[in-house]
Design a protein around this ligand. Sequence first.
Ligand SMILES: [Zn+2]
Length: 177
Amino acid sequence: MTMDAPSMEACVGCGAVLPRVEGPIHRYMTSSPACWAAFTALGSAQHLPTNASWEALLVDAYAVQHPGTPSNQAINSVAVHLMVLYGVLVRGYAPDQAQRLRQRPGQQTKGHKHERFHWLTPPSFASVLTVADVQNAGDAQVRAQVAEAWVRDVWSVWAQLHEGQVASWFAAYMAFE
Ligand SMILES: [Zn+2]
């Protein structure tokens, strides 16, 4: 596999090298079309076992590995998804609480939502797992294991740069008992 091959394309977000396809991408989670297709395919039932609790965090891992450019939407998205990963991986919230966590900032009244957060310079994802690794992993059980490793991997490189900031945002906007 070489990036010089005209049929391959590296994702501008996570760097995954996948066969070039034409297709849609997300509005602000900027990626290659093939990477976005790999992520959306993960949501279909046959790709992960139904008991894969980590499935709840895949959107968070994908979002922060495709941070896009510093628009209000992207800033808000990266902040919220990083806080969810922090909440589950560091603070011990159950993965099935991820959806509840994601909704928390919208319920806060203090501060306009575009003034709460600021752009965090993304880490390098050069040696980090990607959605392509999840997609390419054997059967559904193995994919679930790789998916968990992917989520942890993406969080760890962000945490090295920004865990303190994410922790203080979490305390202000997301924590619940
Ligand atoms: Zn990607």
